[in-house]
Write a protein that binds this ligand. Structure first.
Ligand code: URA
Length: 466
């Protein structure tokens, strides 16, 4: 890629020739080990060093052990905003960068940093598309205790998440909504690096998370991006200052890449909505698309959709966007869009028309409140981990998941509960996993004698230039 700018052949002037020679020398002398050492010692990497490292790793010339050492050095020493931007662009350009303008005039994307019970895409993508703004999105699978949109959609028999570029673009222009998995062509360097980070303890790093997310968003081609940065026990970012720095960094990277980007900061101390687990969350999303379901999840979806519509210039402000989104839920147009989307991706529509046909677990068991009091804590991480113990998530890469199992969460922080009232309903495949999950969940609840304040849904929003 470097050579493009020197490819003027005959007209290459003396200066260009000298730069070219310098570059060739640089490529000859640059070594992965020196870049690792420089980062280990707290140095700031140049754009050329970052590109050299990412391209070499992507081509398989830099082995996993050097990439792991480098990632650990980044975790420990950090990266400047400039380094993070250079890393993002190097990973975005490690494969194709889609141009959606051949399919639609303007498309919007959304991305959550991952949480427990977060089925927002299943609702906001059809809602926003029903309001006339196309949504083209690459989604991921569950990671650790946090769920993934692709796994939830795959609860519908026949639903395909491996669309080709042509299918992606054609569905975006025909239906206005498409959700697929990351292909080998889009930001492949991030795909490789992420898999390595997952098993080398190098996920929790603000620059690595920011560049991983934004490289995929930039490669996927949407002009406007709404980020949902989760904060709390069930999120990667445990504290508000961490979530704020991640949000600011990603918004700045979006601005530098010419994409309109905003970041909401939302609560993930307790699970979002009422259900955790793939088919259970799909059913909850279907309920919300029928304008029913849990209040907190519906409100969360309306805010995200409102921001997407405002950023995509389909609404003059977020409040108007929220009103449009609410209308799409009430008049059934969002539901019709969801059905068209599922059918277009090969899903059997009878399963969403009759959600009772979706996979259901054979054992259903309730955990009751052992005492009366106010709920002080519903630890999202513990609930997510219990869902993994039931089989709703993976403990190893590529493992199959069980779409039927999961947890219904009956209480929210601030609720007053009487002894014997249900706290959780577990949906399990067998007695052994039920017992494990039950033991884990009991400790998810914290009690207080006196009333407890409810948790906010959002802690703020970061916009470019703020
Ligand atoms: N999601 C991503 O895509 N990448 C990360 O590094 C973390 C969450």
């Amino acid at each position: 890629m470097y050579c493009d700018c020197f490819a003027s052949g005959d007209i290459m002037d003396k200066n260009n020739k000298q730069m070219y020679i310098n570059f060739i020398e640089l490529e000859k002398t640059m070594r992965a080990v020196d870049i690792i050492i420089k980062k280990r010692d707290g140095g700031e990497l140049t754009k050329e060093e970052i590109e050299f490292f990412i391209q070499g790793f992507n081509r398989g010339e830099i082995p996993d052990y050097q990439a792991s050492a480098w990632a650990m050095a980044v975790v420990l020493k950090g990266m400047s905003p400039q380094e993070t931007t250079d890393l993002t662009m190097a990973m975005a350009h490690s494969g194709e960068v889609l141009d959606l303008s051949s399919a639609v005039r303007f498309a919007v994307d959304k991305h959550s940093t991952g949480g427990v019970g977060d089925k927002t895409t299943l609702v906001v993508a059809p809602v926003v598309a029903a309001c006339g703004l196309p949504v083209g999105k690459m989604s991921g699978r569950g990671l650790g205790f946090s769920g993934g949109t692709l796994d939830k959609l795959e609860s519908i028999p026949g639903f395909r998440v491996n669309l080709s570029m042509e299918e992606f673009l054609s569905q975006l222009s025909r239906i206005g909504v498409v959700v697929t998995g990351q292909t080998a062509d889009l930001a492949p360097a991030d795909g490789k690096l992420y898999a390595l980070r997952d098993v080398t303890g190098t996920v929790p790093s603000i620059p690595l998370i920011a560049s991983s997310i934004m490289s995929k968003k930039i490669a996927a081609g949407a002009r406007a991006i709404v980020l949902d940065v989760k904060v709390g026990s069930g999120a990667f970012m445990k504290t508000l200052p961490e979530a704020q720095s991640l949000a600011k960094l990603m918004v700045e990277i979006g601005r530098l890449a010419g994409r309109e980007t905003i970041a909401l900061i939302s609560d993930m101390n307790q699970p979002l909505g009422e259900f955790v687990g793939n088919a259970l969350e799909l059913k909850e999303a279907i309920n919300t698309l029928h304008d029913q379901g849990s209040k907190d999840f519906r409100e969360h979806c309306l805010v995200v959709a409102g921001e997407m519509l405002a950023l995509g210039k389909h609404a003059s402000n977020v409040q108007e966007g929220m009103r449009m989104a609410e209308k799409a839920l009430k008049d059934g147009s969002a539901w019709e869009k969801f059905k068209a989307f599922v059918a277009a991706q090969g899903g059997d529509p009878s399963y969403i028309e009759h959600p009772d046909k979706l996979p259901a677990a054979p054992i259903v068991s309730v955990i009751e409140a052992p005492r009366a009091g106010y709920i002080q804590k519903v630890d999202a991480q513990r609930v997510g981990e219990a869902a993994v113990l039931l089989g709703a998530g993976r403990t190893r890469k590529g493992e199959p998941i069980d779409p039927a199992v999961g947890i219904q969460v009956h209480v929210k922080v601030g609720d007053e509960v009487r002894q014997g009232e249900p706290l959780f309903t577990l949906h399990a495949r067998d007695q052994a996993s039920l017992d494990l999950a039950r033991g884990h969940l009991v400790q998810a609840i914290g009690w207080n004698e006196a009333p407890v304040e409810v948790l906010p849904l959002f802690y703020g929003v970061v916009r470019a230039g703020e």
